[in-house]
Design a protein around this ligand. Structure first.
Ligand code: SF4
Length: 360
């Protein structure tokens, strides 16, 4: 199968080439005053227009460290864009080409629910010893909630270091909203099964006995990514049976069973590095993550086999087209900027800065 590429499953925009040419023209005109950040899950054409491309952690770092750019255009979903807006300077402006691009997992936790849960926790255990950890995939008010309580933001590329950081400061981690990243990180960390509990925000006290809460070292919010929980052990076994010698990588938002069955698990940054730098011509890999990224890697590396475990597309990441990006850039002076509430920004920034400081 060496040298084989999967057929393109992704619809290409009719006027993509024209849009990209116009986007590049605007980039040249605006020079250093403009920077475009693009997540790995963005469409091929949009990804190609990014000045910085990467996972949410690296894009956040880029937003925090951008010195010359005044205008930051973020091609990703809403939680990434608001995080960048919280991290940038007051003289910088962040724009989102499609404000409707959200994240269903981020929507699985909201501030009233988290506040209620925290109050219930405080009735059972000393919350001074509980460190709240919010996944990057969350609304800014939840990051502010964590920042206000000495907590931290984590991403799939730094979750292990975040656990170290937390246990230097407390005894328990309250992790939301993705149970799978939390559980996979806790497993890797060697935390015993009966010290990892699942908190269902729809039930009083998360549906847990008080003793379970007191004993827990990790309390996981019941939330998930529908794109990543599709990948199963059966798919991994079937792929291995079909392609001799193939390696399997899954994202840590997948179930613990899928992670245990795979050869490797890692963030989009890890996956990108594996395909680009670790694979040799003729090698084969099946990946359990969003299909746009896998498609792009297979197109960019036709000398190796890069296939999805199964086609799983994030419709929100897919929303931004080169046409949307072009529209945003052509109308930047009147495009509505993303401006967080100042108090929310200040507390969210505490949790985001803790993340940047702890992961280096
Ligand atoms: S891939 Fe999953 S976590 Fe990422 S934006 Fe889409 S729904 Fe949200």
């Amino acid at each position: 199968m060496a040298g084989t590429t999967m057929p393109s499953p992704i619809r290409v925009e009719e006027d993509e080439a024209e849009n990209i040419a116009r986007i590049n023209e605007i980039k040249r005109e605006r020079g250093d005053s403009l920077i475009i950040l693009a997540h790995h899950y963005q469409r091929l054409g949009v990804h190609a227009c990014g000045d910085v491309v990467g996972d949410s952690y690296h894009l956040c770092k880029a937003a925090a460290n951008t010195e010359k750019a005044r205008d930051i255009v973020f091609c990703g979903v809403r939680f990434m864009v608001t995080s960048a807006a919280a991290l940038c300077r007051d003289d910088q402006v962040v724009y989102h080409p499609d404000r409707n691009a959200g994240c269903p997992m981020a929507d699985m936790a909201n501030l009233p629910q988290v506040r209620t849960s925290w109050k219930e926790l405080s009735e059972v255990t000393d919350t001074e010893a509980v460190v709240p950890v919010v996944y990057m995939n969350s609304d800014l008010d939840l990051k502010a909630f964590c920042g206000e309580r000495g907590g931290i933001v984590c991403t799939s590329s730094n979750a292990g270091k975040v656990f170290d950081w937390c246990y230097e400061r407390g005894e328990k981690i309250f992790f939301f909203p993705d149970e799978h990243l939390g559980r996979n990180t806790a497993n890797k960390y060697g935390i015993a099964r009966d010290e990892i509990v699942l908190w269902d925000p729809k039930l009083p006290y998360g549906g847990l006995e008080h003793d379970q809460i007191r004993k827990a070292r990790v309390i996981l919010w019941k939330g998930y990514c529908h794109v990543h929980t599709r990948f199963s052990v059966e798919m991994i076994e079937k792929t291995r049976a079909e392609y001799d010698g193939i390696k399997v990588i899954v994202h840590p938002e997948c179930t613990e069973e899928a992670v245990a069955a795979a050869d490797y698990s890692g963030s989009t940054g890890f996956i990108q590095d594996y395909v680009v730098n670790k694979m040799k011509p003729g090698d084969k890999v099946a990946i359990g993550t969003e299909v746009n990224m896998i498609h792009r890697l297979s197109v960019q590396h036709p000398d190796r086999l890069v296939i999805p475990l199964v086609r799983s597309l994030c419709p929100n990441m897919f929303k931004i087209s080169t046409g949307d990006l072009r529209d945003c850039l052509e109308n930047l002076d009147t495009w509505e900027p993303v401006r967080p509430d100042p108090a929310e920004k200040a507390f969210a920034r505490v949790a985001l800065d803790n993340m940047l400081a702890c992961a280096g």
